[in-house]
Design a protein around this ligand. Sequence first.
Ligand code: ZN
Length: 244
Amino acid sequence: MEALERLREILETSSRIVFFTGAGVSTESGIPDFRSVDGLYNQKYDYPPETILSHSFFVSNTAEFYRFYRDKMIYPDAKPNPAHLVMAALEKEGKSLGVITQNIDGLHQAAGSKHVYELHGSILRNYCQKCGKFHPLEKIKESAGIPRCDCGGIIKPDVVLYEETLNDETVSNAVRAIREADTMIVCGTSLSVYPASGLIRYFRGENLVLINLSATSYDAEADLIVHEKVGEVLKRVYNRTVVI
Ligand code: ZN
């Protein structure tokens, strides 16, 4: 049976789908994967992105962190693509338990998803390290240099940096959703990045589906593999009308 036909059948027969999404889902909304090395930032930055986006770098080189962050991590004009919209529609129909995501752009919520487990946090939430006050993304965008709270404290994005641990509650909610799922659809990630590889082990359901442009480390264990763009695949297999 053709892969997309099989995926359509899986969507029809599943009642507890869980999605797991990575950078590949956001790139279809025009948000580049910061890990993809281009010549551009090699000329503009003295450190690799993994160094700049680490906790110790944030503490010791806060201004340089924010120069990279504003330039490479914030895409306020990005809109949800068909992948986000189909996932939200399936949740609304009661067929999906929600989305576990490694993305920090808030596009799943923008598409209408209610149950979103953001493993790496969100650029939309920012907190003063001194008084704890919440600040919206605009505060980061519109300030220059190091963004500061009215109290003088330095504002930090609620994004999990390298060297930092994931939020326990988010991880346990994600694990619970994976355990309850009858179908797990992994989208736009090669599954090589922590913690994806660990979380997928909790899945005990019927169908493990991988949708990713390139091969992943779990291809051998998947029930169905589609090496195409996530948005295009989901748009083609989703039978109902989605406002896109
Ligand atoms: Zn403050």
